[in-house]
Design a protein around this ligand. Structure first.
Ligand SMILES: NC(=O)c1ccc[n+]([C@@H]2O[C@H](COP(=O)([O-])OP(=O)(O)OC[C@H]3O[C@@H](n4cnc5c(N)ncnc54)[C@H](O)[C@@H]3O)[C@@H](O)[C@H]2O)c1
Length: 356
């Protein structure tokens, strides 16, 4: 654990899945620590402080888009570190609720920087939880070696069941090489967060570390939010003895990264001395897993029937999302430790305990 004892920390969205895991690591390590969280009803079915948020965190229930919330918080704490997690996170949902997603993710970020400016505060560093969604489909390579960006699959492609791009294989995304090209409104707002904060920190000679997280899963993820957390959703079906339905042909790929590895990556990022400017790194397991493989692993665990392929699809779904973590391993004192089979087992025990 880096020495953070002199730091005053504000964590937005800090009562959520990642924020609570992070809270277990920050407790006792920082001089002062305020969490701003609206306790969004889609994530928090009960409007109460989550039990997993460490008791040492001071929780301010408020909305990051509300300037009055920021004014009250910044009158109380002049943060040296801001960890910005608050967001609307429903990728598919964001297509039809674009205004809500943009408002919280983009305007919530600009309200934060405007408020810091009003109060004359320049934190030493920002840590942003960005997303692999900024890459969209990312880069693919044709059989003749040409690297290209296929962009978003069209509705007609989905209708025809053309799941993959012909004669090409996907390349793992990595911040140093892959040009961001989001194909969801959510991804566009996460990229906008990066750009807004980059503009601000470069103008104020301070520091931004943006971590582009792959699919985070594990204990603590909302079991009631139908828009996030495919591992939790599949697990609940298999626990009930149901066959898990699988979209497309089952070969959609994701990089599933366990919550403990993600919380450790945030701590490792804080352990690297802040340098002026912007550092962007990918946080994943570095291993791609197809949705079918994931579902089979969960079904096996519960002795549930085999998953079944439905051939259904969701417009805008990315076919392949996987990252290279080589730069991240070289930058931070961090290595992911959980593979999918172990992570799935860890999650099942937690879900069973919640349901009991
Ligand atoms: N979980 C993942 O797989 C994943 C992947 C990539 C990026 N991320 C990013 O990580 C961050 C945290 O995600 P998470 O998985 O912990 O999600 P989460 O939904 O569990 O946590 C988000 C928290 O933000 C709060 N929040 C939402 N709107 C708010 C608002 N207007 N004002 C104040 N608080 C608000 C919610 O109440 C919630 O507690 C998000 O920025 C998300 O985009 C998550």
């Amino acid at each position: 654990m880096p020495d953070l004892s002199s730091h005053r920390v504000v964590v937005t969205g800090g009562a959520g899945f990642i924020g609570c895991a992070l809270s277990q690591r920050l407790a006792g390590q920082v001089a002062k620590w305020v969490v701003i969280d609206s306790l969004h009803p889609q994530v928090h079915p009960v409007q109460e402080r989550p039990a997993d948020l460490h008791e040492a965190a001071e929780l301010v229930v408020g909305d990051v888009t509300d300037p009055a919330v920021w004014d009250a918080v910044l009158a109380d704490i002049q943060p040296t570190i801001v960890i910005h997690l608050a967001a609307e996170t429903g990728t598919a949902q964001s297509l039809d609720e674009a205004t809500r997603h943009s408002h919280v993710n983009v305007v919530g970020t600009t309200q934060m920087t405007d408020a810091l400016g009003r109060h004359g505060i320049v934190p030493e560093r920002f840590l942003l939880s960005s997303s692999r969604a900024v890459y969209g489909e990312g880069a693919w390579q044709k059989s003749d070696g040409e690297v290209y960006y296929p962009g978003q699959r069209s509705h007609a492609q989905f209708e025809a069941g053309q799941w993959d791009f012909p004669d090409a294989t996907p390349l793992p995304s990595i911040a140093s090489r892959t040009v961001p090209a989001p194909t969801s409104v959510y991804g566009a707002t996460k990229l906008a967060q990066e750009h807004v904060l980059a503009a601000w920190v470069n103008a104020r000679d301070t520091s931004l570390t943006a971590l582009r997280l792959q699919n985070v899963y594990g204990p603590g993820q909302s079991l009631s939010n139908p828009y996030t957390g495919i591992v939790s959703l599949f697990s609940q079906l298999a626990m009930k003895g149901q066959s898990i339905p699988i979209y497309e042909d089952g070969k959609i790929t994701r990089d599933f990264v366990y919550i403990d590895d993600v919380a450790d990556a945030f701590v490792a990022a804080l352990g690297k001395p802040a340098e002026p400017g912007v550092l962007v790194r990918d946080v994943g397991s570095g291993v791609g897993t197809t949705i079918l493989q994931l579902a089979e692993s969960i079904a096996r665990f519960h002795g549930a029937p085999e998953p079944h392929i439905t051939g259904k699809y969701r417009d805008g779904d990315v076919r392949h999302a996987e990252c290279s973590i080589e730069d991240t391993l070289a930058t931070f004192d961090w290595t992911p430790e959980w593979d999918v089979d172990r992570g799935v087992a860890g999650l099942q025990e937690w879900i069973a305990a919640q349901q009991a």
